[in-house]
Design a protein around this ligand. Structure first.
Ligand code: HEC
Length: 208
């Protein structure tokens, strides 16, 4: 009896070892793309993420400055103090760094920001509140064949955005008249508003 017990025990240990070994192998396979990303590229990715975090905070802080205003008090001068400075800061930074930078949305206000169809697939990932990624990083190719590091970084709605992106009828008058094809309303706190899309050239840095 005792012997059988010991043998059973050993079987269990063996099985456990196989499970541990398999899970180790799978973890290693899962981290290969990460290990394959050179340090300088990881640093570039981090630099971009830090900037996008900063711009997200900037927009939220600016939106907070107008939460107590009535819709009829929000004119174009006030808008110039919320989303406009974010767009300007984004472009200035991108020009300085030699990156391409966009804000894209599935419900765009400015027609230039309409989400291109090849990025539609990322929406559901960011809309899945239970397990959404902080951002998506991938390699892509420009039309001229250069490889770029592409970062897709979500923009979420907070309550202070609703002054201008809330109920359709509550939008300030200047928005209704200036953006006849506006789709950027009826959002709720926590909704995905769109994302930042950054393209940083890799080819030159890979072969300095
Ligand atoms: C004072 C009004 C106002 C507030 C408050 C505001 N926005 Fe906007 N937002 C606008 C306008 C107007 C545009 C169109 C800008 C343009 O012409 O490019 C815009 C554009 C955007 C865009 C670019 C994509 C698009 O649809 O064209 C994003 C992203 C965005 N807003 C997110 C936010 C978020 C997130 C908040 C809250 C933190 C916020 N906005 C608060 C007025 C506002």
């Amino acid at each position: 009896m005792k012997l059988i017990k010991v043998l059973n025990h050993m079987k269990l240990i063996k099985r456990l070892n196989i499970v541990t070994l398999l899970s180790f192998i799978f973890t290693m396979i899962g981290s290969i793309p990460l290990l394959a990303q050179p340090k300088w590229e990881q640093n570039l990715e981090q630099e971009i993420i830090n900037k996008l975090k900063e711009l997200t905070e900037l927009r939220q802080n600016l939106a907070n400055t107008i939460v107590n205003k009535r819709a009829d008090e929000i004119d174009e001068t006030i808008f110039k103090n919320v989303c406009a400075p974010v767009g300007v800061a984004l472009q200035n930074w991108a020009n300085e760094k030699g990156f391409e930078a966009f804000q894209k949305s599935h419900k765009a206000r400015n027609p230039q920001n309409v989400l291109p169809s090849q990025y539609q697939k990322f929406l559901s990932q960011f809309q899945n509140k239970a397990k959404r990624p902080t951002h998506i990083t991938q390699h892509a190719h420009t039309e001229s064949g250069n490889t770029v590091l592409e970062i897709i970084y979500p923009i979420y709605v907070v309550s202070s955005c609703l002054k201008c992106h809330g109920k359709a009828e509550d939008r300030p008058a200047f928005i209704k008249s200036k953006y006849p094809n506006d789709l950027a309303y009826n959002f709720r706190d926590g909704d995905l508003r769109g994302f930042f899309l950054i393209r940083a050239p890799l080819t030159n840095k890979a072969n300095p």
